[in-house]
Design a protein around this ligand. Structure first.
Ligand SMILES: Cc1ncc(COP(=O)(O)O)c(C=O)c1O
Length: 418
């Protein structure tokens, strides 16, 4: 077990206490209608949106009601363009390197399919890979002559950089796919170090940032990935059914979608078409404009709040919950040692995680049970059938955290007494 050096801990504490002051929790609660309704610790599932996000969606549905869908869309064309710019601002890339999707799984599928891993090539995936993406990768590898390698994890369950380098160094064409923060623990992968290796050995590097965008600072240039996919509804606090990807300019222009759509391609002759758009070549024409407008508002709000402050606040909140949960008798933290994020996972001795989540919900504490079927390469590999996952956001106040910890202590105590 590695401990954090005192100087580093002091730096964390200084940064964290500054950040705690920079996030105005009272303000966040006042603009989050759902905040007082429960103790909501499910940002990693779907976070509570702000009222402005919801208003943007509802307003557009009324616009569609009044004008018709296409006519309403024409009225908000500039706002829709603004979504690409806001996503680019958040990730540190250009607006034309952004493609909008309906889910992270769709984005990951479309990009991997466009890469067309060739027979004899290799897909290297992190142990932290999410179920839907893993199933797609396994399907590709079963149906084509493509090898799937799950890169070994180090002591902290992160990608083992030495093992990864040894794999990449053999020079085989490789697509490397990594989940920045998994669904099943608070682990944060060393994404920039992985990016350096991918560049050094010429591997294509796709990052699943579904649990990190809106949560941690994510700068695609610093990470050095070719593509990144995320969803709207989690730490970004956008509506369900929204997602987007960063597709690096040189990567996008070298790839053709396997299913070109009228959105990004032009059918010019009997048998010919042209794909001129950049990242948008991966989009489909049909989409919920209302939900996307909500995404635009959520992106602007995340940019305004500032990702440095948000990351520091959320990370400190995760640390605080982890510290308090660790002290509860009969509760075992399931996060790998050194995890620093706002995803906290644990198991209550003698109780299934599904039952624990449902017992907590009786006192208004919203957490979820994440089963191994959502991450066999992580939970399955660790022989953990399921974990309880608590994931705070900036609208959670001390009362919420007290309710979470007291609820856990109460049910763990009941199990011990029975
Ligand atoms: C790490 C990770 N990747 C991908 C996904 C899939 O996202 P979506 O449901 O938007 O397809 C999830 C969903 O929980 C996730 O946690």
């Amino acid at each position: 077990m590695r401990s954090v050096p005192a100087a580093v801990a002091a730096t964390y504490a200084a940064v964290d206490s500054r950040a705690m002051r920079m996030i105005d929790v009272a303000h966040e609660r006042s603009r989050t209608l759902g905040a007082p309704n429960s103790h909501h610790f499910n940002a990693a599932g779907a976070a509570l949106p702000t009222s402005s996000v919801v208003e943007a969606v509802v307003e557009h549905l009324h616009r569609e009601e009044a004008l018709g869908g296409y006519e309403a869309a024409a009225r908000v064309r500039d706002d829709v363009e603004g979504i690409y710019a806001a996503a680019g601002d958040l990730l540190g890339c250009a607006a034309d390197e952004i493609a909008l999707f309906d889910s992270a799984s769709t984005g990951l599928r479309v990009l991997i399919d466009a890469v067309r891993p060739a027979a004899g090539s290799r897909i290297i995936a992190s142990r932290s890979t999410y179920v839907s993406h893993a199933l797609h990768l396994m399907t590709i590898c079963r149906e084509r002559d493509v090898e799937l390698v799950i890169v070994p994890a180090d002591e902290q369950r992160r990608v083992d950089l030495v093992a990864l380098e040894a794999l990449l160094a053999d020079g085989r064409p490789s697509v490397l796919t990594v989940s920045h923060v998994p669904t099943s623990s608070g682990l944060v992968e060393p994404v920039a170090e992985i990016g350096q290796l991918a560049r050094r050995y010429g591997a294509t590097y796709l990052l699943d940032a579904t649990q990190s965008v809106g949560h941690l600072q994510v700068d695609v240039a610093a990470i050095g990935c070719d593509g990144l996919v995320t969803t709207g509804r989690k730490f970004l606090r956008a509506p369900r059914g929204t997602a987007f990807a960063y597709v690096k300019r040189s990567f996008a222009s070298a790839l053709l979608p396997t299913a070109p759509d009228v959105r990004g391609s032009e059918w010019q002759s009997e048998g010919g078409w042209d794909t001129t758009s950049l990242a948008r070549r991966f989009e489909t024409w049909e989409a919920s404009v209302a939900a996307r407008l909500g995404l635009g508002v959520a992106l602007r709000e995340a940019n305004e709040r500032g990702m440095a402050a948000t990351e520091a606040w959320l990370t400190a909140a995760g640390d605080d919950i982890r510290r308090r949960v660790r002290e509860v008798p009969g509760v075992v933290l399931a996060d790998p040692e050194g995890s620093r994020s706002a995803i906290v996972t644990f198991v209550i001795d003698g109780m299934t995680s599904a039952h624990a989540a449902s017992r907590l919900s009786e006192s208004g504490v919203r957490v979820v049970s994440v089963p191994a079927t959502h991450g066999q390469w992580d939970l399955g590999d660790r022989r953990i059938p399921a974990v309880v996952r608590a994931s705070p956001h900036v609208y959670n106040d001390e009362g919420d955290v007290d309710a979470l910890v007291e609820g856990i202590a109460r049910i763990a105590g009941e199990v011990r007494a029975s």
